[in-house]
Design a protein around this ligand. Sequence first.
Ligand SMILES: *[C@@H]1O[C@H](CO)[C@@H](O)[C@H](O)[C@H]1NC(C)=O
Ligand SMILES: *[C@@H]1O[C@H](CO)[C@@H](O)[C@H](O)[C@H]1NC(C)=O
Ligand SMILES: *[C@@H]1O[C@H](CO)[C@@H](O)[C@H](O)[C@H]1NC(C)=O
Ligand SMILES: *[C@@H]1O[C@H](CO)[C@@H](O)[C@H](O)[C@H]1NC(C)=O
Ligand SMILES: *[C@@H]1O[C@H](CO)[C@@H](O)[C@H](O)[C@H]1NC(C)=O
Ligand SMILES: *[C@@H]1O[C@H](CO)[C@@H](O)[C@H](O)[C@H]1NC(C)=O
Ligand SMILES: *[C@@H]1O[C@H](CO)[C@@H](O)[C@H](O)[C@H]1NC(C)=O
Ligand SMILES: *[C@@H]1O[C@H](CO)[C@@H](O)[C@H](O)[C@H]1NC(C)=O
Ligand SMILES: *[C@@H]1O[C@H](CO)[C@@H](O)[C@H](O)[C@H]1NC(C)=O
Ligand SMILES: *[C@@H]1O[C@H](CO)[C@@H](O)[C@H](O)[C@H]1NC(C)=O
Ligand SMILES: *[C@@H]1O[C@H](CO)[C@@H](O)[C@H](O)[C@H]1NC(C)=O
Length: 740
Amino acid sequence: MVFTKQHKWLDTRVGWCVVLFLVHFLAVGAQDPDTLPNTDGIPASPQEVIALLRFKHTLVDPRNVLVSWNESGVGACSGTWVGIKCAQGRIISIALSSKRLSGSIAPEIGNLVGLRKLNLHDNAITGAIPTALATITTLRGVALFNNLFTGTIPTGFGSLPLLQAFDVENNDLSGPIPSDLANAPGLNILNLSRNNLSGTIPAEYGAFQGAYLDLGFNNLTGPLPENWTAPRLTEFYVTNNNLTGSLPDGLGFVRTLKVLNVAQNDLSGAIPPSYGNLSALGTLDIRSNNLSGQFPPSFASLPLTGLNVTYNNLSGPIPAFATAFNISSYQPGNPGLCGFPTLLACPLLSPAPSPATPEGAASKGKKLSTLSIVFIALGSALGLILLIAVIIMLFCCCCRKRAAAGGAAGGDKPERSPEREADTGGRLVHFEGPLQFTADDLLCATAEVLGKSTYGTVYKATLENGSHIAVKRLREGIVKSQKDFTKEVDVLGKIRHPNLLSLRSYYWGPKDEKLLVYDYMPGGSLAAFLHARGPETALDWDTRIRIAEGAARGLIHLHQNESIVHGNLTASNILLDTRGPGITACISDFGLSRLMTPAANANVVATAGSLGYRAPELTKLKKATTKSDVYSFGIVLLELLTGKAPQDVSSTDGALDLPDYVASIVKENWTAEVFDVELMKGSNAPSEEELMTALQLAMRCVSPPPADRPEMDEIIRSLQELHPRERFQSPRTASEGTSA
Ligand SMILES: *[C@@H]1O[C@H](CO)[C@@H](O)[C@H](O)[C@H]1NC(C)=O
Ligand SMILES: *[C@@H]1O[C@H](CO)[C@@H](O)[C@H](O)[C@H]1NC(C)=O
Ligand SMILES: *[C@@H]1O[C@H](CO)[C@@H](O)[C@H](O)[C@H]1NC(C)=O
Ligand SMILES: *[C@@H]1O[C@H](CO)[C@@H](O)[C@H](O)[C@H]1NC(C)=O
Ligand SMILES: *[C@@H]1O[C@H](CO)[C@@H](O)[C@H](O)[C@H]1NC(C)=O
Ligand SMILES: *[C@@H]1O[C@H](CO)[C@@H](O)[C@H](O)[C@H]1NC(C)=O
Ligand SMILES: *[C@@H]1O[C@H](CO)[C@@H](O)[C@H](O)[C@H]1NC(C)=O
Ligand SMILES: *[C@@H]1O[C@H](CO)[C@@H](O)[C@H](O)[C@H]1NC(C)=O
Ligand SMILES: *[C@@H]1O[C@H](CO)[C@@H](O)[C@H](O)[C@H]1NC(C)=O
Ligand SMILES: *[C@@H]1O[C@H](CO)[C@@H](O)[C@H](O)[C@H]1NC(C)=O
Ligand SMILES: *[C@@H]1O[C@H](CO)[C@@H](O)[C@H](O)[C@H]1NC(C)=O
């Protein structure tokens, strides 16, 4: 298998072609992203125009792409010049990718003193990268990849304070790697791969400031830097060079490292024991070197999901990684390796890195599968009697009426927000958190629509540095006055909890457009994950219970610490945070009603439709309560257990909603059928008792009388008891029956 390198620039690369000036777009109220303005109408200064025309002249343009760059110089900033964007009479962006351009870049480009982006990738431009380019202090992004540039990389880029991305991958650049780029303060992505760069990697790269560093497929020699203090380094590639020496011990202290790829070099010596400390390391590729010795003892605990050590000279026992790798990760090329999955048994006294317990794992798997077989077959009469008893208890009153109604409410705890910034006539306010961007950055972001909700449209926006944010644009005419909005939004911006989506910033634009900025959750929503995933993505019991428990913790925090009733909890606004180990549930869309006018809220409630999550009492009471949130939570739990969406069942078999559906199946003694079949598969399958406890809990949550529904802390306790075993590890390492 070849490791697939995820291309950090992909979004940005595409984005540069269709840069969505989100904020201006909103201000203008345009509907079509293709008609976005790329200028503020202020004409370009003569020096800039001259520089641009010079730039045009040294390029060869066989398709006449640059015909709109009128030789008279008129209209450079009128929005009609292809690939040009302006602000305040300065050229801020040149984007001419994939235009079959050749020729070279004129040094006069250095006169474009406001340039932020130079995007010329996928052309056939030759010649040197002009030294003058490295003097433009406003420069943020340089994308020259897939061209034919020659010569050396000029020094000076490392001193540009705003430079975020520098990608010259796949050219014919030669000479040394400039040491100053390692220290560029704002640099996030540096890609110099697939050139003909030679010499050693400067020691300065041990203190690389960015997150992504790719020096692969060059002609680099000598050792890797010895001392490492890189604060953010996440992915490091030096694959396919001629590096010698040993793997530096110091790299083991770069705890942020997720990908380490040193494949196809001449590195020798052993894997340093310090690498056992790389607690985020997901991919390790050291294939085709000359490494020897044993895996360090602490290695088994690494969260590796990709491993290739083939073609070295490693020996000794293979660690019991949480993800078991097959033989193609290890052999050929390491005749001395022993233990699973090689056929060689390790000598009894060899110091095993971490004792695997194949017997324990096997017997556990066997036991569980026996249980599930018994259960699926409904062979257990005792179980059935138990079930019936429980069910009778639960469903003595089953007449339900539901309709769309409800609302959300909350207490108040107003506090002021910490940090403010004025920009472009609008107002961007950041709350506490790691996101750092200006209104300007938001303006330069690429955006795509993620979805629409009753309160507005949600976009996934990609900032210049490649990071993603979620931006919710609130509908016009439903928001309170700016003063009241500010007061309420400041409260929401303070809420921080691992199971609640953090509001990071808001923007109130010059034309009263309102944007809320949140963390972007790459895992998407629970609804999408549960109902629209491919057959290859399994969703096992522990994950489901952990999602439920996470959502419950988020909800209880809202209720008890923030005095906020969610009012609209659904599987669609439980998002999945996949940034850490495992999946964490993250509730979104809470507290938004506080930002809206009462009239808008009533209207939203009326048009929201029932969707099957609304508590029955909300037809009469217009105000959601903590107990109606418990009801919605119960529906989500039923959804996790049955694998069915509330919308799916509303018309089948006369059932009105998910609780009715479950009740009808259970009544007919088909209880086992109610559960998602996927739950019964695999060695992580829950026991019958566990399934029943969970179902019982869910059905209590959806009891028609609000008073019969359990309290949130009781729900959390019950859920905790449902996953006492750390079973989300692989069957190979999981030990049986240890309680948390
Ligand atoms: C490891 O690398 C070798 C050599 O490139 C390749 O044949 C093998 O498929 C790789 N194995 C995995 C699991 O990537
Ligand atoms: C650098 O460019 C190469 C070639 O496109 C790509 O495969 C790689 O993922 C990039 N590296 C980073 C760190 O983005
Ligand atoms: C270029 O500008 C001149 C002067 O404004 C105008 O006469 C001419 O038509 C323009 N040419 C093109 C190709 O737009
Ligand atoms: C790479 O650079 C070296 C000089 O450093 C030069 O001799 C060699 O021809 C170059 N190779 C290619 C393929 O350009
Ligand atoms: C690598 O660099 C050496 C000199 O440093 C040169 O002789 C050799 O041709 C280069 N290799 C390639 C593939 O360019
Ligand atoms: C690495 O750091 C040590 C101690 O800080 C120092 O003695 C050594 O010279 C450094 N090595 C290099 C190559 O900079
Ligand atoms: C680097 O390795 C390649 C392939 O093994 C070889 O052709 C090249 O001569 C080596 N260059 C140096 C400088 O060792
Ligand atoms: C791992 O890190 C700890 C704390 O920094 C350190 O004491 C320990 O020596 C490291 N382990 C190895 C194997 O380097
Ligand atoms: C591999 O490393 C050993 C020492 O560990 C050395 O003797 C041998 O020459 C190296 N082989 C190559 C091909 O570099
Ligand atoms: C492999 O490593 C062993 C020691 O672990 C050494 O004796 C042997 O020479 C090495 N083989 C090669 C081809 O480097
Ligand atoms: C080993 O795993 C890789 C993916 O990691 C897969 O492509 C390959 O087919 C597997 N090989 C065997 C023999 O199972």
